[in-house]
Every structure is written in C-alpha cells, then in structure tokens.
Write a new protein. Structure first.
Length: 187
C-alpha cells in the first residue's frame, strides 16, 4: 500500500512541476509576443519616417525626363525586335539584363509610390479645422511632399521647435497604420 502512495505522490509532483513549467512558459511567451509587437510597432514608425524623408527622391526617381522616355521607347522597340532571337538562343546581353533590371526597379518603385500617393492624398483631404491636424497636414505637404528643408519649414511655420517635433511624431503615428497595417498600431 505504501508503494502505491509513493507513486501517487510522485505523480502529483510530476503534475505540479509540469503545470508550473507550463505557466512559466506561457508567461514568457506572452512577454515575448508583447516585445515582438512593440518591436514591429517601432520598426513601422521608423520605416514610415524613412518613407516620408525619401518621398521626394523616390518621386524624382520614377519621373522620367522626355529624353529618358524617348531613349526608353527606342530601346524597348529594339528589345522587342530582338526578343524572338534572344528566346531562340537563350542568351541575353548584359545591356538587356541591365535595362530590364532598371525597368523593373522603376516599375516597382512606381507601384509603391502610387500606393503611398493614395494614402497621402486621403490624409490631406481631411478638412478638420483642428490646429494640430492643420499643422500635421502642413508638415506632410510642405516638408515631405514639396521637399522644403526642415530648418526653413520650422522657421516659417513654428515658433517653438518642440511643437514641430511633437506634430511630426503624431503625423508619423497617424500614417504608420496606413502603410503597415496592424504592425503600425501600438497595441
């Protein structure tokens, strides 16, 4: 009889230790999930700011000059003429690969910028007369879209630098969910 009592006590200890390990594991997993959400949120804010900082450069990158368009059309026609020959031989020249790579890069950037433009246009359409909302729209339009230098912008529109930086942070927090979905929300 004593032997079976020991086994039940042993089973009890195993069950309790297993439960405690499970509870600690669950707690650590919850903490890790929270940390991961916070990291994703911070990264989305940083990426939103980078997108806004580089907006003008990206727009310039996808805007072709008339000469570039003419050259591109000429190269494209030449490329189309050689397409069958290239397929038959299976060889592509370095120039063709380079041009194709450039076109793909510009195409991807254009698609990305069209997405960003849609979000920014929607944000700018907000006609709230709240002072903070007006200042955030001004930051977006003049600083990021028009490409005004930050020092000039602050000098022209703000009396206190701190107000500018808080407005800018609010703007970035507003735009992050539109750019990155749920990762852009501080949960």
């Amino acid at each position: 009889m004593q032997n079976s009592e020991k086994e039940t006590y042993k089973d009890y200890l195993v069950r309790k230790v297993t439960e405690e390990i499970s509870n600690v594991f669950k707690q650590k997993m919850d903490e890790t999930k929270k940390e991961l959400l916070e990291i994703n949120y911070k990264v989305s804010l940083e990426n939103t700011e980078e997108i806004l900082k580089n907006y003008k450069k990206l727009k310039d990158h996808i805007t072709l000059t008339k000469q570039e368009k003419d050259e591109l059309l000429g190269v494209t026609k030449e490329y189309q003429d050689k397409q069958i020959e290239s397929i038959m031989t299976g060889l592509f020249s370095e120039d063709e690969l380079y041009l194709e790579s450039l076109l793909k890069s510009r195409c991807k950037t254009k698609m990305f910028m069209d997405f960003i433009d849609g979000i920014l246009e929607g944000y700018l359409k907000n006609k709230s007369n709240d002072k903070i909302e007006i200042r955030k729209r001004n930051i977006l339009k003049h600083l990021y879209i028009d490409g005004m230098k930050q020092s000039e912008f602050i000098y022209k529109y703000y009396e206190v630098d701190r107000t500018f930086y808080s407005d800018k942070d609010r703007l970035i927090k507003d735009l992050a969910p539109y750019f990155f979905g749920i990762k852009g929300i501080n949960i």
